[in-house]
Design a protein around this ligand. Structure first.
Ligand code: NDP
Length: 332
């Protein structure tokens, strides 16, 4: 017996901002799982900024998405047929074959998660890759110390909202965020415990952030003008964790670099980029600590949920435009 399933393919490579024409919905018939395989009905899929980079035919830390093939990404689902006794029917699993209603994949490529204590969707957000990114960036890259004053851009997103809260849990004395709307700023300061936050659309971001500096750590999710402002507002020996540069992901021309690079010398600054998947040593530690923080209510999160595979491309485009507060997810 086969299972009919729909999946989203990359039909053409976007130039600049992607449009609906770059994607195509395809119906496929999936076989029963063979020995060592599982068939998963996806219930949640993630849309993430890094996917934009994989739509380009460019050498990077992951290969580009293939044309006329399904996109990939984090997903959570329920095992509906299994050829491997270690992953039984009914198990909730996390895996990398999102952008489709069903996934047929090796049992070794899924991780069984315990969705009884926390919502299954949180394994794509605060307890998943974005939460781990925040933790790795703070602990392994910025090497956060007790008393540090922390600035984070993209602060109301999946990674940024975890950065601010985890920084405080790890002993930061002050946490300041930048985000793209008054509602997001209010969420950060009124619910997440940020000491201050600014709406970067209100004016030059350096001017807006200056009253809240100086900072010891800058967690960069945005790049561009935010990075230049942060370099100016870091204290001597400040550290930058370079996590992302979403302000530039849809650029067709290389953006000019920060104009204040000489401050790296005068202020003895450090900046280090990282890829979350290259820090397996942090995974267990993160799950133990973050699992406890979530259970205690000390690490909270929000999700922006879009319904159905038919709107998955819209969800991705809306993420790039900032329509999400917290983690952007598609419920399948
Ligand atoms: P978010 O949930 O933060 O969503 C993206 C957000 O970016 C939007 O909500 C929007 O919020 C903001 N944004 C979009 N355009 C701009 C702009 N021009 N200037 C400032 N902000 C902008 O996504 P994630 O939390 O998943 O990812 C955050 C960053 O972390 C990204 O850069 C991503 O690539 C990076 N990342 C890096 C990883 C790594 O291993 N290095 C792993 C995971 C993520 P707003 O309304 O505030 O503009």
């Amino acid at each position: 017996m086969t299972t009919s399933s729909r999946e989203i393919h990359l039909a053409s490579r976007p130039v600049g901002w992607p449009t609906a024409e770059n994607f195509r919905t395809v119906t496929v018939d999936l076989d029963e799982p063979g020995p060592g395989q599982v068939l998963v009905r996806n219930t949640w899929m993630s849309v993430d900024p890094y996917m934009r980079g994989r739509m380009n035919d460019a050498k990077s830390y992951v290969p580009p998405f293939a044309l006329d093939a399904p996109l990939e990404g984090g997903a959570v689902g329920e095992v509906v047929a299994s050829g491997d006794e270690s992953v039984p029917v009914g198990a909730t699993v996390l895996h990398g074959q999102g952008w489709r209603e069903h996934a047929l994949l090796p049992a070794s490529a899924v991780r069984v998660v315990d969705a009884d204590r926390v919502p299954a969707s949180s394994f794509l957000g605060v307890l998943g890759m974005p939460g781990l990114t925040a933790y790795v960036g703070l602990t392994r890259i910025a090497q956060l110390r007790e008393g540090d004053r922390v600035l984070v851009s993209g602060a109301a997103g999946a990674v940024g909202s975890a950065v601010g809260q985890i920084a405080r849990l790890l002993g930061a004395s002050e946490v300041v965020g930048s985000a793209g709307s008054a509602e997001k700023v209010a969420w950060l300061t009124e619910e997440l415990g940020f000491d201050a936050a600014v709406n970067y659309k209100d004016g030059p971001v350096r001017t807006l952030l200056a009253p809240h500096g100086p900072f010891d750590v800058y967690f960069d999710n945005v790049g561009g003008e935010h990075l230049e402002a942060a370099i100016s507002l870091l204290d001597d020996f400040g550290r930058i964790a370079a996590c992302g540069a979403i302000a530039q992901y849809n650029d067709t021309e290389a953006a000019p670099g920060p104009r204040n690079m000489s401050m790296f010398v005068t202020k003895r600054l450090t900046m280090r980029g990282f890829i979350v998947g290259e820090h397996p040593d942090a995974v267990r530690e993160f799950h133990e600590r973050a699992g406890q923080w979530v259970a205690d209510g000390r690490l909270t999160s929000r999700e922006t949920v879009v319904e159905g595979l038919d709107h998955a491309v819209d969800a991705f485009l809306d993420l790039m435009r900032g329509a999400n507060t917290g983690k952007m997810l598609v419920r399948l």
